[in-house]
Design a protein around this ligand. Structure first.
Ligand SMILES: Cc1cc2nc3c(=O)[nH]c(=O)nc-3n(C[C@H](O)[C@H](O)[C@H](O)COP(=O)(O)OP(=O)(O)OC[C@H]3O[C@@H](n4cnc5c(N)ncnc54)[C@H](O)[C@@H]3O)c2cc1C
Length: 432
């Protein structure tokens, strides 16, 4: 169950931390967020050390579908409704800047970076498309209605954003990490003040950046209330050379996702709250048999992302009580552009420079949203189930995931293998 990126791209290895070190910034987490932060901080002349529990990009980033786009579902009408037009426009500009940054970096990196169009489509809801298009027009965003001829199934059409992109994220990371100070197999057990502590060493810094996907310290920031994790499944198909999509596609309701990678088609979907019942890859396989009958599955994998209360990531100060702690999280399955925006915001905050996009993602924004009550409800249900195995994070009942043979937590999305070893935070230790 390895992603195609992991199958074909070997990343460099780094030593384990076995001493006590000092630096200006310690970054916890070696996914795309942590690595881009380290890269941007280094470029700004700041000396930093990155600590990774496992090996770099072995978690969510290694299993992404790697579309680089500012088209994050039907987000713009949502942002106008729940925030305002100014913020929605700024969100677009932040993401477009991130695409340009990738374009510029990837000029010198062999990572199969390609510009392409990006489409959001609907199987049956034309009104939703029209509303989003109207909103995009009012925000002066370049987008157009398109009939989706190249898809093998019927839809009512989609919205096209031009000049978006795709790449192989691990080939990109392989180049970006050159010259960075990284320790692997160095799980941070706790952070005391501004010192990150691992089993065999520590890093004492002036500032700490949490790039651990789900932040694992609950005492501050209340991320366990503000986020849940959502899992999705992907299959890679090979065999039908005629199916070379000119762009990337996603359907906002069923989250069917399509893109090409060289001669492969990546078909994704089936999203659900981690820990809840799911069909795993079953429906994707049925879909592949129906619409891509000449193809065979060459790889399948699954992963999950943090979902916030209001579809916008949390990037900035970890908590108002922790002025030297910073966080990047809650990418709502759009972490490629958002991590790039985030790395620049964190670098500017640490450098005490203004960043015009920081206010969009500020971590102390309003939390009274419908999703907050859903998250609280899930936690309550998890606590009153007395029979089950419990998550060491906040004590919720774990559910057995038949498709992947893991114990998953429906409250906050922690996961453990069948022997109880931690495979996904916010839990920070194995099951007893
Ligand atoms: C199925 C799927 C498809 C997706 N496709 C897209 C897409 O097409 N385009 C897009 O923009 N986004 C996509 N996303 C989202 C994107 O992949 C993620 O948002 C992004 O990869 C998250 O990166 P990260 O660095 O925050 O997390 P991760 O890659 O998980 O990195 C966090 C790292 O922190 C480490 N860590 C955790 N705790 C500790 C600790 N205590 N000490 C030390 N290290 C620690 C972990 O081991 C891990 O390596 C997708 C998401 C899913 C679920």
């Amino acid at each position: 169950m390895k992603s195609i990126w992991k199958k074909i791209t070997a990343l460099p290895s780094f030593p384990e931390l076995q001493e006590n070190l000092e630096c200006e910034v310690v970054i916890i987490g070696g996914g795309i967020s942590g690595i881009l932060c380290a890269y941007m901080l280094k470029k700004a002349g700041i000396n930093c050390i990155l600590l990774e529990s496992d090996t770099i990009c072995s978690k969510v980033t290694g299993d992404t579908t790697a579309k680089i786009t500012s088209q994050h579902g039907f987000i713009y009408s949502y942002l106008v409704r729940h925030f305002n037009s100014e913020l929605a426009r700024l969100y677009y500009e932040a993401n477009e800047d991130a695409i340009l940054e990738y374009k510029s970096l990837c000029k010198d990196i062999d990572c199969d970076f390609e510009l392409c169009d990006s489409y959001i489509f609907s199987l049956d809801d034309r009104e939703k498309i029209d509303n989003e298009l109207k909103c995009l027009k009012s925000l002066n965003i370049d987008a157009e209605f398109t009939v989706l001829d190249e898809l093998p199934f019927k839809s009512v059409g989609g919205i096209r954003f031009k000049n978006q992109a795709i790449f192989n994220p691990l080939k990109f990371i392989k180049e970006i990490v050159k010259g960075l100070t990284i320790y692997e197999n160095s799980h941070v057990i706790d952070v005391k003040g501004t010192t990150a502590i691992t089993k065999n060493g520590s890093v004492n810094a002036k500032k700490v950046v949490f790039a651990t996907h789900f932040p694992f310290i609950d005492r501050f920031g209340f991320y366990f209330l503000k986020m849940f994790q959502s899992r999705s499944y992907v299959i890679a198909l090979k065999g039908d050379d005629s199916l070379n999509f000119s762009g990337t596609y996603i359907d906002d309701r069923s989250k069917i996702s399509l893109r090409n990678y060289n001669d492969l088609i990546l078909l994704g979907g089936e999203e659900h709250r981690t820990g809840k019942k799911s069909e795993g890859w079953t429906n994707l396989k049925k879909m592949a048999e129906k619409y891509f009958p000449n193809c065979k599955i060459v790889s399948k994998w699954a992963t999950q992302d943090c979902i916030t209360l209001d579809k916008v990531a949390y990037i900035g100060q970890y908590s108002s009580l922790k002025k030297d702690w910073f966080v990047l999280t809650g990418y709502n399955k759009w972490g490629m552009t958002t991590s790039m925006i985030g790395a620049k915001i964190i670098t500017d905050l640490i450098n005490e420079k203004e960043n015009k996009y920081a206010k969009i993602f500020s971590t102390d924004r309003k939390i009274l949203r419908k999703q907050l009550f859903v998250n609280i409800g899930e936690a309550l249900c998890g606590w009153i189930n007395f029979k089950a195995r419990r998550c060491p994070h906040l004590g919720c009942a774990l559910k057995w995931n038949k498709a992947e043979h893991t114990w998953d937590c429906p409250c906050h999305g922690s996961r453990f293998d069948k022997n109880g070893n931690l495979i996904k935070n916010p839990a920070n230790k194995d099951l007893k």
